[in-house]
Design a protein around this ligand. Structure first.
Ligand SMILES: [Mn+2]
Length: 427
């Protein structure tokens, strides 16, 4: 086994499929070639997390090498890639890319999420590309033997938006990698951490891994083309169709443009909204209050499958003139009558940090966990309703419950929107 820790440009090395590297046989080896088309070999320094362009590339390069070493140490294992409960295109496409990368190391990984695919484009993405993500409800989770997994990976999240994390932690499955672009939520006890809040999409990070040679995309392989298309979709959707993209994201999109299928992407984007989603958007328009350039709307109860109507409503409300920030929230209930308040924030105001705003507005639960967080331009929160869940067949109770949550959320938001005012009188 030839492994050179200080790999140079265009250097290739042998990755054996044998369990022990000592008696590796080169005949059985898979060759992984590390060609770096655009990455500098310089040791571009990272100061206070600020870097751009070439500087970003050297971080990407260093992280790719680090990830490769981590994967080499875990060959032949089975892992779980945990996504947020309602995975978005950025998460789904990156998890798939990860799965394709780690296959070369004979690592089998399953991509799992606890909630549902809600947004029409996500459903289209998964159906049209055959993206291998599985829904693990609490029943599915019970039926699984978690001891057969040797590690877990968090992609496009840091464990704060998934119901599966607690069960996986309790089963003693170690955290192997955290790869995300949201603000760092905690210090992670993970072997590999690549959290870059100044990158606009996790898809950009994964495209950089591809560019640094972790997987050589091949346009004659159907799965590679579909995966590149998924990444392009993830990158576009997290950058507001590239409008918030920065140099690194454009560089990533340029690289993907060599492999992706434009027609397939178009088909994914053509997915229509359901009537129920349109109805939620309508409620958000009717119920919105606009103060100090913030548009705030509670949309009442909605089904689990329609949960993604909330960010879509927020996307729409933020397009009104004199509005820079929109917050939309509602009570989402699943099959088991579990209820949770879910909210989304969208902002066009560069000086508003969604992560800070949401943490400040809603604070933490009694275990110290924040109810939400964010990334550039967007954020979200989830407030479990616990004991108050269910019993909505009693419509007077359901109405009262909504009114209490609605006023409490408005009060908390308006305290930040109008710091001087008494929020109750301001409505
Ligand atoms: Mn993302």
């Amino acid at each position: 086994m030839k492994l050179n820790p200080s790999l140079k440009q265009s250097e290739s090395f042998l990755l054996t499929t044998e369990p022990s590297p000592e008696d590796a046989e080169e005949k059985e080896a898979v060759e992984v070639s590390l060609t770096r088309p655009c990455l500098p070999s310089s040791n571009g320094e990272l100061r206070n997390g600020q870097y751009l362009g070439q500087r970003g590339n050297s971080v990407a390069f260093q992280k790719s090498e680090e990830l490769q070493k981590t994967l080499l140490a875990h060959r032949h294992e089975r892992h779980l890639v945990i996504l947020q409960d309602f995975p978005d295109p950025d998460a789904l496409s990156c998890a798939w890319t990860y799965q394709l990368i780690v296959q070369q190391y004979d690592i089998k990984c399953e991509i799992i999420y606890a909630g549902t695919l809600s947004h029409q484009e996500n459903i289209a993405l998964v159906k049209l590309t055959g993206l291998p993500a599985q829904r693990w409800t609490s029943q599915v989770l019970k039926s699984k033997d978690l001891s057969s997994y040797q590690g877990c990976i968090l992609i496009d999240n840091q464990g704060t938006t998934s119901q599966l994390v607690t069960a996986v932690q309790q089963a003693g499955i170690p955290l192997i990698a955290v790869i995300d672009h949201h603000t760092l939520q905690a210090e992670h006890k993970s072997e590999f951490v690549d959290v870059r809040p100044d990158v606009r999409a996790t898809s950009t990070i994964f495209t950089q891994y591809l560019q640094s040679g972790l997987l050589a995309l091949d346009s004659s392989i159907g799965q590679h083309v579909k995966c590149a298309t998924a990444l392009m979709h993830g990158l576009r959707s997290d950058t507001n169709r590239l409008m918030q993209a920065q140099e690194e994201d454009f560089m990533a999109a340029a690289y993907l443009s060599r492999f992706y299928d434009a027609q397939l992407l178009n088909a994914i984007l053509q997915a229509n909204r359901s009537k129920r989603v349109m109805d939620v958007i309508e409620r958000s328009l009717k119920n919105r209050i606009v103060q100090n350039n913030f548009s705030i709307a509670g949309v009442g109860y909605l089904r689990y499958e329609d949960r993604d109507a909330i960010p879509q409503a927020a996307d729409f409300l933020v397009t009104e003139e004199n509005v820079h920030t929109a917050v939309v929230y509602g009570i989402v209930h699943d099959e088991d009558e579990v209820e949770v308040v879910i909210g989304s924030l969208r902002t066009a105001k560069l000086t508003l940090d969604p992560d800070e705003f949401i943490k400040e507005a809603f604070g933490q639960d009694n275990t110290g966990r924040f109810f939400g967080g964010g990334r550039t331009g967007a954020g979200g929160f989830e407030i479990p309703m616990g004991f108050l869940s269910g019993s909505n067949e009693n419509s007077a109770y359901a109405k009262m419950k909504w009114e209490v949550y609605d006023s409490q959320i408005k009060q908390k938001l308006l305290k930040l929107v109008n710091p001087q005012d008494n929020p109750i009188q301001s409505e």
